[in-house]
Design a protein around this ligand. Structure first.
Ligand code: SF4
Length: 326
C-alpha cells in the first residue's frame, strides 16, 4: 500500500541573481513499512524535497510552486498551517544531520522530549516526563531518569542523535524522514545508530526515507532507492537491481566512485585515486534545456543537449530517465 506519493514536485528559490530550482519535477512513491533511500550529490534536491513534504521551506525566498504530496490519501500541499502542524511529529517526523543544532541548548532533554507528548497527546507534565524516560530507554540511553535533567551539551554526539531519534519516534509517526542522520558521527557510532533506527522501525511499523550521499548506507538499509540529480529523479528501483545493474550514467558514476574492498590489491596501488564524476552539479542555467546530466555524461549525444528524456518505466515500478533507454 502506498503511504506517500510525491508527484511532479517543484520547489524554487527566488534569489536576486535568478531562480534556483531546488526541486524540479520530482516524483516517487513510498510503500507502508518500506525504507526508501534518496541519494545524490550535495545540492541535488534531496533535503529540499524532504523539507517540502513537511512544508518547512522558508518563504521567501523559497516557494513550492507545483506538484502533489499525497500522504495517507490527502494532499499535504492543500493543508492549512494548523493542519500541517498536526501532521508534523505525529504523522511524519524528521531527524536532521546535526543533532547539536537541532536540539535546543537552553532546555533539558526531558523538556524537549516531553513537549511532543504534551503537544500531540495532551499529557500532563508528569505523564510526559515518564513517557520521555521510556523513550530514552528505548533508544538505549543508560540512566534515563538522570539524563532527562541534563542539557544537550552534557551528551556525546551519538547520544544526542539517540535523543533526536527518541523525539522523532515519540508519537509513533507513520513516516520518519532521516536526513543524513549519521554523517556527523564516527563510523562505529554510525553503525549503532543505523541498527537502532531499523530495529525501532520494525517494532513500530514506521516507514523511513533515508536521505544520504552514502550509497553504502542505502545498500544496508533500504529496499528501494531514488537517484536524484538536478532536482529530479534520474533512476529509481529495487536497491539490489540498482546496485547490481545500474542503468543511468549518473547512477553508474556514483557507484563507481565507491571504494571497493574487492578491488585487486595491485589495482588499488596503481589507481590510488578513486573514480570521480567529472564536473560539478548543475546550476539553474544548466537545466534550462536537454538532459540535466549532459554536461558531465560520458555518453552524451546531440539529442541529450536539446531535449530532456521522460522517465522510462521498467519492470516492477523501476524507472530511468535517459535517451539510451527510450
Ligand atoms: Fe547521458 Fe544523454 Fe542519458 Fe543524459 S540522456 S544521461 S546525457 S546519455
Amino acid at each position: 500500500m502506498i503511504l506517500l506519493r510525491v508527484s511532479d514536485l517543484k520547489t524554487y528559490f527566488y534569489a536576486s541573481r535568478g531562480v534556483v530550482r531546488g526541486v524540479d519535477g520530482l516524483s516517487y512513491e513510498l510503500n507502508s513499512g518500506e525504507t526508501l533511500g534518496l541519494v545524490g550529490e550535495s545540492g541535488c534536491g534531496k533535503t529540499v524535497s524532504a523539507l517540502s513534504i513537511l512544508r518547512l521551506i522558508q518563504q521567501p525566498p523559497g516557494r513550492i510552486i507545483g506538484g502533489e504530496i499525497i500522504f495517507d490519501g490527502d494532499d499535504l500541499l492543500m493543508y492549512t498551517p494548523s493542519q500541517i502542524r498536526k501532521v508534523r511529529g505525529k504523522g511524519i517526523s524528521m531527524i536532521f544531520q546535526d543533532p547539536m543544532t537541532s536540539l535546543n541548548p537552553l532546555f533539558t532533554i526531558g523538556n524537549q522530549i516531553s513537549e511532543m507528548f504534551r503537544l500531540h497527546e495532551g499529557l500532563s507534565r508528569k505523564e510526559a516526563l515518564d513517557r520521555s524516560i521510556e523513550m530514552l530507554r528505548l533508544v538505549h540511553i543508560s540512566s534515563p531518569e538522570k539524563r532527562i535533567h541534563e542539557y544537550p551539551h552534557h551528551l556525546s554526539g551519538g547520544m544526542r542523535q539517540r535523543v533526536m531519534i527518541a523525539i522523532a519516534l515519540s508519537c509513533s509517526p507513520r513516516l520518519l524522514i532521516a536526513d543524513e542522520p549519521t554523517t556527523a558521527l564516527d563510523v562505529t557510532i554510525q553503525a549503532q545508530i543505523l541498527d537502532l533506527m531499523l530495529s525501532l522501525k520494525d517494532e513500530m511499523g514506521t516507514s523511513i526515507i533515508f536521505i544520504t550521499h552514502d550509497l553504502g548506507v542505502i545498500a544496508e538499509t533500504a529496499q528501494r532507492v531514488v537517484v536524484i540529480y538536478g532536482g529530479r529523479e534520474m533512476e529509481k528501483g529495487d536497491v539490489r537491481r540498482v546496485f547490481k545493474d545500474p542503468i543511468h550514467p549518473y547512477t553508474i558514476g556514483l557507484l563507481n566512485s565507491l571504494p571497493r574492498l574487492t578491488m585487486k590489491k595491485e589495482k588499488r596501488k596503481k589507481d590510488e585515486k578513486l573514480h570521480e564524476i567529472p564536473g560539478i552539479g548543475p546550476t539553474y542555467s544548466d537545466i534550462s534545456k536537454g538532459c540535466r546530466f549532459h554536461h558531465r555524461c560520458p555518453h552524451v549525444m546531440d539529442i541529450c543537449r536539446e531535449y530532456e528524456p521522460d522517465l522510462t518505466e521498467l519492470d516492477d515500478g523501476d524507472g530511468v530517465r535517459c535517451w539510451l533507454r527510450q
